[in-house]
Design a protein around this ligand. Sequence first.
Ligand code: ATP
Ligand code: ZN
Length: 726
Amino acid sequence: MISTDLSTSKGGNLGQMMLKPIVVQVVFDKPLAQGFDYLWDAEKIGKLPEIGNLVEVPLARSKSVGLVIKVSDHSDFDIKKLKSVNYLAPLPALDPSMLRLINFASQYYVHSLGETILPTIPQMWKKSDEWGQILQKIEVAEKKKAKNKALVTEGLITKDRLNPNQKEALDALIANKEKAGGFRAILLQGQTGSGKTAVFLNWLADILEDESAQVLLLVPEINLTPQLERRVNAYFPEKKMVVLHSGISEKKRGIAWYEAMTGKAKIILGTRLAALTSLPYLSAIVVDEEHDASYKQQDGIRYSARDLAIWRAHDLGIPILLSSATPSLETWMAAQSGRYENIRLDQRAQGAALPKVHLINTRDPQNQYSPGDVGAPKQKSLITKTLALAITKNLEAKKQSLILINRRGFAPVLSCNACNWLSKCTQCSTYTVMHKAGSIGNKALLNCHHCGLVKSIPSFCPDCGNADLKTLGHGTQKLEDAIEEMWPNASVLRVDIDSSRKSKGAEALFQKIHEGHVDIIVGTQMIAKGHDYQNIGLVAVLDADSRLYSADFRAAERLFAQLVQVAGRAGRAGTDGEDGGAIYIETQYPESPVYQYLLHHDVDGFLAFTANEREEAKLPPCSYQALIHAEGKSLEKAIQFLNELKQFLRARGVITKELKIYDPVPKPIMRVAGSERAQLVIESMNRKTLQEALEVIDQHLRHNSQGRISKTSRVRWLIERDPIAI
Ligand SMILES: Nc1ncnc2c1ncn2[C@@H]1O[C@H](COP(=O)(O)OP(=O)(O)OP(=O)(O)O)[C@@H](O)[C@H]1O
Ligand SMILES: [Zn+2]
C-alpha cells in the first residue's frame, strides 16, 4: 500500500520537519515485496519529499532510480544505518490518482509496486545523470516542434456534418452527462465504417471545452496512430497532443510523457503503455477497438490496458467510452446487462451497404480449377477459381483487393520428399519458416518466429542427403508470388512485419495503398484492423479455418471479430445504397456458427450465442481465471514445480468448492528458446476468492525464490491474471 505517516506529504513546514529525520520508502523495478528506506536531506535537496517523486538512490554497490511511495519520520530499520537519497528528478510527483491506479494494478495483477510503475516511465527519466540539463533540452525540442506544426483537415467531420445517426449518438453521449454525472462506461457499438471515430472526436471536443481538461485516447496498435493522429490534429489544431507508444524514439517519448504528466498536453494518444501515464487533469477516456487483444500486455506484469482504464475512470469519476464494431464478450455483456450504457450506430456513415459475404466451400469442385482451365495457376495455389474470378472482376472495376493470410514468410516449413525430414527449430517445439531472399537477409533463409533463430537453407536433406526439398503450406511471400503470376499486370503490395521493416515502416506501405498505387494487397492481420481505406472493393481470407478449431476457447470469438473487421475495410467510401464491397472466405466448414453469423452481419447474434456457451461451460467472462506460468530446463521440472504448488495449496486448504485448480499441462508451444514451459489454470466464480488464492501463491513462491526463480528447482514462474490465451 502507498501511504504516508505524515499529516500531509506535501508542503509541510520545512523548519519543523528538520527536527525529525525524514525517511522515504523507495520502490524499484524488481519483484521485491517492499521498498527500501532512505534518509531525505531536505537541505541538500532543497525540497521536502512527496509520494510519487522519482529519485536516484544508492542500491547495492551501485545506484538506481526508484519511486517514493512513503514519507515518514521513522523506519523499521536502524536510522543510523540508512543511506541517503542522492537526487530528486526535476519532475512534479506523480498524480495521486495515478498512485491509486498503480496500487490497484499491483495488487490485482500480483506484482510489486515498482514492477508495475517503473517500466511505464521512459528511459530518459531513469538516467539520473541527465537530470541536470533535461528541462533545457525539452524546452529546445518543444520550440522546434511548435514551428513545424502544419495545418491538416483530414477526416475532420464537425458536429453539423454528422449524419442523423451520428448526431443521435453524440446527443446521447452529451445529454447523459448531466444525468449520470461522474463515472460512466459507455459502449459505442457500430458497424465498421459507421463513423464511430467522428462521434467520439466530437464528444471529446465537448469535454475539451474545459481549458485544463486532458483526454486519453487509446488505440490497440502503433500502426493505427498516424492516421488517427492526423484526424485528431484536424479536430483540435489548438490543443497540444502527444503520442505515446513504443515505436517512437526514447527522447520523443520522454518529452511526450513529461508534457502529459505535467498537464501541458491535453490529448494523449497512445497504445496500452499510455494507459499508465500520470495525467493530473484527466477528464475522459476513449478506448478505440476495445476488443483488441493488443490491449493485453504479454510480458512482465500482464495487465489489460482497457480494464485498467475502466478502473481509472471509475476511481476518478469520469466517463470512459469503449468503441468497437465487434465488442469483446466482457464489454458486450456488461452493456446488455445495463452496467454500461450502450450507444449504437447501425449504418455506415455515408449510407453504403455492408460488404456482401461469400463463403467459398473449398471442398466443392465447382469452386476449384480443373486441369486445363484458362488462367489456372501453374503451381497449386490457395486461390480458388471462384475467388480468382472475383478478383479479376474487382480489378476491372478499378477497385483494390485485400487478401489476408495470417502467416508471414514464404512457407511455414521445409520438408524432404524422401524421408519426411522437417525444418524443426533446434531450440523450440516449432518449425523454422522459410523466407525468400531479401525478406530477412540477402539470401533465402530459415527463421524461427519464436526464438529468432536463423539458418541457411540446406541444399540436401540433413537426414538422408536427398536433394529434393520442398516447402509445405503458404505464407504471405508465396501468395504474393502466386498473385503476381496470376495477374501479371496488377501492382501487388505485401504488408507484413518483414516488408514494413524494409520500407520506411508500415506507414509508408499504408500510404501507398491510400494513394491508390496498389491493386492487390497481400498481408497479415496488420492490414485487417481499423484502417480507413477508401477504395477496397474486395477482401479475401484464405486461412480462416486454421483458427476455427483450437484448444483456446476464445479462438472463435477472435476469428469472428477479425473477419468482421477485415470485411469492414471494404466499400467504406460508398454513398447511399451503393454496394459496400464484398468479402470472400475460403473454408471447408461453411456451416460453422462463426461463418453463419458473419454471413448475416449478426454481431449481436454471435455474441449472444457465445455468451450462452460460456455461461454453460462457466468460462470467462462468466468466471475468472489466472495462469501460473512455469519454465525451466525440462518440462518435467516445470510440471513438478506446478504440481508441488498445487499440493501446497491443497494442504493449506485454499482449494475449495469455490476455487478450481486444473492439473498442470505443457503450454501449446511447449519449448521456446531452449526452455520448456508448463502452465496451471486457476478458476473461480468469485473474483475475491481468486485474488486471495493468488496472494497466497505469490507469497509462497516468493518465499522460496530468488526474484521469480525457484531456489530449489530453478524454475522461473509468473502469475497472470485474466489471461486471454490459454
Ligand atoms: N458524417 C459523415 N459524412 C461523411 N463522411 C463521414 C461521416 N462520418 C464519417 N465519415 C467517413 O466515413 C469513414 C468511416 O468513418 P470512421 O473511420 O469514423 O468509422 P468507424 O466507425 O470508426 O470505422 P471502423 O470501426 O470501421 O474503423 C471515414 O472515411 C470518415 O471520414
Ligand atoms: Zn526457435
